[in-house]
Structure formats: C-alpha cells, structure tokens
Design a protein around this ligand. Structure first.
Ligand code: G3H
Ligand code: 13P
Ligand code: ZN
Length: 321
C-alpha cells in the first residue's frame, strides 16, 4: 500500500471527529512500535520527521524504513516534515515524496512568516504536498505576555484568533499550528496551568465565521508526560526534575473536539523508551546485547501509542473508514 495523502487523512479525521496522532520517528524501534500499535488498533497515522531526525538517522535510512513500514502494514500512513526551518529543507522533503511539510517561521514577524509560508505553499501545491504553518510561539503557558493564560494580546506569544484567519487566508497554508500555552518537552507548565482552551474555541469560531468550517488545526507539544514514566526513569537511575508537567488528556480531548485534527507527540515516546531501557539495564547490569533492552523499549512505546490512539485521540478503528 502506498503512502496515504495527509489531505485525505485530515478530511476523514475532521469528518469522523477524531485526531490523528503525529508521532516523531528517529529510528527503527520507534517506527516499528508506532506502526505495530496503529496496525493492531486499526488507526491511521502520521509519521513525522524533524530536521534533527534527518541528521541523526540520515534521510535515506528514514525513507527506506518508512517504505518498509508501508509495505508490511495495511493502515493509512502519511509522512510529514516536523518544524521545517527553511524553504530548502521543505523543498527537499517535498521532492522526496513527503505528503506534508511544516514550515515553521513562527519566530519571524507576521508578514515575513506569511511570505515564507506562501513560498513553500506555492512549491508544495505544485507537487501534491500540503503545508502546515504556525502562528504564535510555542513557549508554554508561563510565558504569555497577556493576562495569565488568557488575554488576546496581539503582541503576546499566543495565537490571536483574528490574526489566525488573516494568516491562513494570506499564506495559503492547509493547516495551522496554534500556540495556546503549549510547548515542547517534559516541563510544560508551572503549578496548575493548562492549555488556553477558551482561546482555541475563539480561533475555531473565527475560522468558522470566515467560512473555514473544516479547517485542520494542529496541536504541538501534546505529550502528557505521564508521572509513572518519570518515576520509572528516576527509579532506575535517571534524574528528571520534580517539576515535569504535560498536557492533561482531558485538555487534548477538548482540543480534538475543537478541531485539532493533528496532535503531535514525541516526548512521551522518548520517556517510554528511556524508562524501559533504564529498567532493563538496571535489572541486568551484565547485559550488553542491545536487543535485550531495545525489545522491551519498543514494547513500552507500542503500549503508549496504543493508549493514545484508542483513549485520547480516538482514531482507533478508523483506518478503513
Ligand atoms: O518539536 C520537536 C520535536 O520533538 C522534534 O524534536 O528536533 O529534537 O527531533 P527534535
Ligand atoms: P512534545 O514535546 O509534547 O511531545 O511535542 C512534540 C511536538 O510538538 C513535535 O512537533
Ligand atoms: Zn512541535
């Protein structure tokens, strides 16, 4: 089965009111875990590749691994460039056959962000690829310049609803990554902070009022940083801080209902893999066969992905809709 187009996956996800898991791939074990979990759960999936993954694994290895995954499975699989930081990187991925790319120019001023997105969109659309843009900064709840967790400050780090409509129209991007207090990594919030879901609701309403009813939104930084994984890492010699914090599964559920059709998860995969490797080596200090610790690591990532697609993203069972 060939790759399935990101556009087709988005259309079905929006129609079916579920979210696609966009899981980061850096090596064979992560890829196998994701694919096996989604295959067993009958879930469509987006594999995402970052610039860092490309330089770690080599783009050719990643492409061949994904080709292998596609040939041994039956589920719909799309391939996406995560956080492309230049036109050239996006072009390379488009030329390699990625079904979507993200151009992340969110650190640029509004007009410059639009200009760069526009350039990528023009090339991508000529080559049957779709583009994700980002507006606002993924810096986490504690850094918003507006009133804590909620102001519509146009100058702040969060995505402004009216600007979102303008941005989508002028840039031509096919999906939009929003900044609503989300951030990457294992230390997302201080205290009891949450995503600014009221803002997400306003962004969704603004898009609907502008005639963009079924426009796919993207939630980056969607790892939940499960306490049990952090505890396991620390129990077996790790030193993660006491202030780890992730996005609650309830918040992700609401975000999904508000049109986040793509939910990005990387950190939780890293935590699961690290916890299992630490445990295996701690319990078997004489072991030096990598398969003995990579096999349980792959199994742990697989369990995590199964849980996400079944209980959080609700895309399980939708592979053949
Ligand atoms: O958003 C970042 C992703 O977790 C990818 O991380 O750039 O370290 O591969 P990376
Ligand atoms: P996490 O760090 O929360 O897994 O986010 C991953 C991400 O957004 C990749 O683009
Ligand atoms: Zn991201």
């Amino acid at each position: 089965m060939p790759l399935t187009h990101t556009k087709e996956l988005f259309a079905k996800a929006l129609r079916g009111r579920y979210a696609l898991g966009a899981f980061n791939v850096n090596n064979m074990e992560l890829l196998q875990a994701i694919i096996e979990a989604c295959e067993e759960e009958k879930a469509p999936v987006m594999l995402q590749i970052s610039k860092g993954a490309r330089s770690y694994a080599n783009p050719v290895y990643l492409r061949k691994l994904i080709e292998a995954a596609v040939s041994v499975s039956n589920i719909p699989i799309a391939v996406h460039l995560d956080h492309g930081d230049s036109f050239e990187l996006c072009k390379d991925c488009i030329d390699e056959g990625f079904t979507s790319v993200m151009i992340d120019a969110s650190h640029e001023p509004f007009d410059k962000n639009i200009e760069l997105c526009r350039r990528v969109v023009e090339y991508a659309h000529k080559h049957n690829c779709v583009v994700e843009g980002e507006l606002g900064h993924l810096v986490g709840a504690q850094f918003d310049e507006g009133d804590e967790g909620g102001s519509y400050s146009a100058e702040g780090h969060y995505t402004h609803p009216a600007q979102a409509v303008d941005f989508v129209r002028r840039s031509g991007v096919d999906s939009l990554a929003v900044a609503i207090g989300n951030s990457h990594g294992a230390y997302k919030f201080k205290g009891e902070q949450h995503l600014d879901l009221e803002r997400l609701k306003s962004i969704k309403s603004a898009l609907m009022e502008a005639g963009l009813e079924d426009y796919p939104l993207v939630l980056h930084g969607a790892s939940s940083v499960p306490k049990e994984l952090v505890e396991e890492i620390n129990k077996f010699g790790g030193k993660m801080g006491a202030d780890t914090a992730g996005v609650s599964e309830v918040d992700i559920e609401v975000a999904r209902r508000l049109g986040c059709a793509k939910v990005n998860i990387d950190t939780d995969l890293r935590l699961a893999m690290t916890a299992a490797i630490r445990k295996a080596l701690w319990e078997n200090p004489k072991e030096f066969d990598p398969r003995k610790y990579l096999a349980p690591a792959r199994e742990k990532v697989k369990d995590l992905v199964r849980h996400k697609v079944r209980n959080v993203l609700c895309c399980a069972g939708h592979a053949f809709d």
